[in-house]
Structure formats: C-alpha cells, structure tokens
Design a protein around this ligand. Structure first.
Ligand SMILES: NC(=O)c1ccc[n+]([C@@H]2O[C@H](COP(=O)([O-])OP(=O)(O)OC[C@H]3O[C@@H](n4cnc5c(N)ncnc54)[C@H](O)[C@@H]3O)[C@@H](O)[C@H]2O)c1
Length: 439
C-alpha cells in the first residue's frame, strides 16, 4: 500500500514510521520545512523512545520518506491519513478544525485516483461529513472515501501502543474503504489486533469517550486523595485496594498533580462543546474538567504550605517538567500552573527535566534550568518531584538532603515511601498520604 501521512507530529510520525515498518510505502508530509529537513537528516523533531531507530531503518530501506510537497505524495497514495493538530479553539474550547480543513482542501486538489482519506486526528462528531463535503466542493469528480480511524497511542510508549493496540477503531460503512483499511492494518491483524468497525460518527465519538473516561477516572482518585489527607488514610493503598478489583482495574488510579498533556485537557473540553451543542450535557465530564483545573492551581498552594507558608525570595527545585515521563511534550503540563503559582508567590524556581527543557524554556521564562537533578537541589529551600521519570525513582535522597538548604521533599507522584525519605533526613510530603501530606 502507498500511504501519505499529512502532519508529522507525535501521531503522524509514529504512525507513518510504524506503517512503513509493516512494509507499506509511506511518505510523511509536513508544512514545517524545518521539521522535514531535520527528519531527512535523521534528527527527530520530538522525543519518543525507539523512534529514531525505527525511522532510520525504514528510511534506509526506502519505505519511508519525508516531504513538504503534499500534492505528489497524495497523487500516488492509496490512502491519505490526516494527522494534523486539533488544539482547543481560543475562547470557546471547541476543537480548532482549521488545520484539518486546510489539509483536506489541499488533499482534495491533489487527488488523481480513487482513494481513502482517513482522519486520524481527534475530531468532533460530524467532522468526517464535513471533510467529505469539502472534498466534493473542491474536487467534484474525485473518488474519495472518508474514514475515521482515531489514534489511541500514548506518548512515551507510542510505538508499542501503535504496533500492539488494544483495538483499532475504523469508522465507515463503505465496504471498499473497510477492505483498504483491513489491508493497511493486516500485519497487526495477524497478531490478533482487534479491528472494530463502526459507523463514522460512532468512531469519532469513541475517541472522545475514551479520553473523557480516563480523565474522569484519574480525577476520581485525585479527589479521593484529598479525602485521604483529611481522614489520615493512604491513597496508594486505596488505589491498590480498589484497582485489584477487575471491574475497576488499577490503571489511571495514581494520585498526582492533575492530568495534563496534549489530549485530555483539550478533548474533554471539545466533548463538552459537542454535548452542549446537542443539548445533552455531560455533567460528570464537566465536573472532571473543573476539578482538574482547580487541582493544578492547588498544587502550588500545597508546595507553599509544605515550605512553611511563604516562598518569597526562596528557591524551589523542581524535578520533571513534562506532563508525563518519556516525552518532551509540555502541552498543558501541570508543571506550568505549579511553577507559575510558585513564581507568583515570589519564589525562584530551578528545574531539571531529562528531555523537556527545550520545549519548557520558552514557556517558563522566569525559570532557571539545570542539566542535573542534584544541581537543581543545591542550596534550594525545598524539592518538588513533579514528573516520575525513571531517573528520579532511585535518587540518592541522603545526598539530596545534604544539598538542600531546607531538606523538604514534596513528592507529587508518591514515588518514595515516606519513611525512606525521612530516614534520609528529608521532611516528606506526598499526595493523599495521611500524616505525610501538606494539603
Ligand atoms: N499526541 C498524542 O499523544 C495523541 C494521541 C492520540 C491522538 N492525537 C491526536 O492526533 C492529532 C495530532 O496530534 P499531534 O500531537 O501529533 O500534533 P502535533 O502538533 O505534534 O503535529 C501536527 C503536525 O501537523 C502539521 N500540519 C498542520 N497542518 C498541516 C498541513 N496542512 N499539511 C501538512 N502538515 C500540517 C504541523 O506542522 C505539525 O507538525 C491531534 O488531533 C491529536 O488530538 C494525539
């Protein structure tokens, strides 16, 4: 199969590289010339474990190439995937579909043979209908079947998720389009990857429903963590106690500073807009969004309280900036609200992140960055562990305690057992951990 992937970001690049690894011939298109130049030179525009090797191998084999020139890539393709961004629209939180529609117009003008146009971007219900209408408007004679195929990969584990997905959702009622999609995913299908065929609108909604559910589950444990602090219980044990129940499951029950990232915040908002437009409110999702927003701000207050109530003129060391480990993605990361709150309180923040600093620097102009976690802690009045990167899981806590001016550890991911931190000479504050919480 010849595939054109429009948009070479976290989703487009990983999907394109994986499709080429299955043996398809893939051209990745992006209008960002610097990204394409870098990719042609073997430099990854994002951090994703294993991606550089996957891209290099398939580029060498001649199955994967990069271009800014959309028209020839589309003209030769059997299937075109739209994987451009769908950020929150400023002002109303609706998904901004301008990139999807701009790409659609360009694709329509370039179609030269029957083909399948697949929306991989996360798009609100009905977007596929509009994509189809636009193609007809721009190229009335084009034979294009529009399919929804939402992506469920997680940054940080994207290649594994793409190659071994829990399910592949394909939204179209068109039998020929289904056959093309079956062929594209056939290499996974042999590995028992479950293909779920649905109508196009249903497929579009499944993606939002999945993200809203996970955001809600995560927010549920965050609120319970607050209750644990009030009653002297330990949320880690509560999570385990309920997560071992198969009906509940242990995933997304880790208490932390609130969800962030490039998907949950914008997708929950976009789903609420759809629900509002249809006059069928989703009150549980509304509450989730509100609770999460206030939680991110509350984390700043929690750190300030742990440091004695006043951080003016004091230095706070922050370990981890990205919204989760194994990515450099800073979109809507809880670190942004937390550091803002600390700086608003008059603190100076010194931060370290293994991969996120390049993206964080323009977003956090008042923050000092170091290239080592211990250097961040030197002479600081408190240490905040914010993203649970592997390299923060076995820190030399005694060394940390010795380096800090005030040996305070605020562990917003509950990485360390409180007793271990206290044995190392640190005053420990976690999330939802009874006596060890400052909230
Ligand atoms: N990031 C994730 O973990 C994830 C997971 C599942 C789904 N999604 C969804 O996938 C979509 C893409 O997300 P992302 O994180 O990869 O976005 P991204 O911002 O990393 O990448 C989008 C890319 O599209 C390019 N682009 C925009 N318009 C273009 C055009 N007309 N022609 C060519 N290139 C164009 C941009 O230059 C950019 O490189 C979004 O809808 C997102 O919600 C993301």
């Amino acid at each position: 199969m010849r595939i054109a992937m429009i948009g070479t970001g976290y989703v487009g690049l990983v999907s394109g590289a994986c499709f080429s690894d299955f043996g398809h011939n893939v051209v990745c298109v992006d209008k960002d010339a610097r990204k394409i130049e870098a990719l042609e030179a073997g430099i990854m525009p994002i951090y994703e474990p294993g991606l550089a090797e996957l891209v290099a191998g398939n580029a060498r084999a001649g199955r994967l190439s990069f271009t800014t020139d959309l028209a020839p890539a589309v003209a030769q393709a059997d299937a075109v995937f739209i994987a451009v961004g769908t950020p929150s629209r400023r002002g109303d939180g609706h998904a901004d579909l301008s990139y999807v529609y701009a790409a659609t117009r360009e694709i329509a003008a370039a179609i030269r043979k029957p083909m399948v146009v697949v929306t991989k971007s996360t798009v609100p219900v009905g977007t596929g209908d509009e994509v189809e209408r636009l193609i007809r408007e721009v190229a009335p004679d084009a034979e294009a079947r529009v399919v929804s195929n939402p992506e469920f990969l997680r940054e940080g584990a994207a290649i594994e998720d793409f190659k071994r997905p829990d399910r592949i959702v394909i939204g179209t009622d068109d039998e020929e389009a289904r056959a093309v999609m079956r062929e594209i995913y056939r290499p996974l299908y042999l590995n028992q990857a479950p293909l779920l065929f649905t109508g196009r609108r249903t497929s579009e909604l499944i993606k939002y429903a999945a993200n809203a559910f996970l955001a809600t589950k995560s927010t549920f444990i965050h609120e319970l963590a607050d209750l644990c602090e009030a009653v002297g219980a330990d949320v880690k044990d509560v999570s385990r106690g309920i997560g071992l129940d198969n009906r509940i499951g242990g995933k997304f029950l880790h208490a932390g500073p609130g969800y962030g990232g490039s998907c949950f915040p914008k997708d929950t908002l976009a789903l609420l807009k759809t629900a509002e437009d249809c006059q069928t409110p989703l009150r549980i999702v509304e509450a989730t969004v509100q609770v999460n927003d206030s939680r991110k701000r509350a984390m700043g207050r929690k750190v300030i309280k742990a440091m004695g109530g006043d951080v003016r003129g004091r230095t706070v060391a922050v370990l981890g900036l990205t919204f989760k480990p194994n990515t450099d993605d800073m979109r809507d990361a809880p670190s942004l609200a937390l550091i803002q709150a600390l700086e608003d309180g008059g603190a100076k923040v010194r931060a370290y992140d293994p991969e996120g600093v390049d993206q964080a620097r323009p977003l956090l102009p008042g923050t000092e960055f170091t290239d080592d976690p211990y250097r961040a802690a030197e002479g600081a009045d408190g240490l905040v562990l914010l993203t649970e990167w592997d390299e923060f899981r076995a820190l030399d806590l005694k060394r940390m305690a010795a380096l800090l001016k005030a040996p305070i550890l605020v562990d917003l991911r509950n990485v360390y057992p409180p007793e271990e931190a206290e044995r190392a000479g640190l005053t420990y504050f976690g999330i939802g951990r009874g006596a060890y919480s400052a909230g």
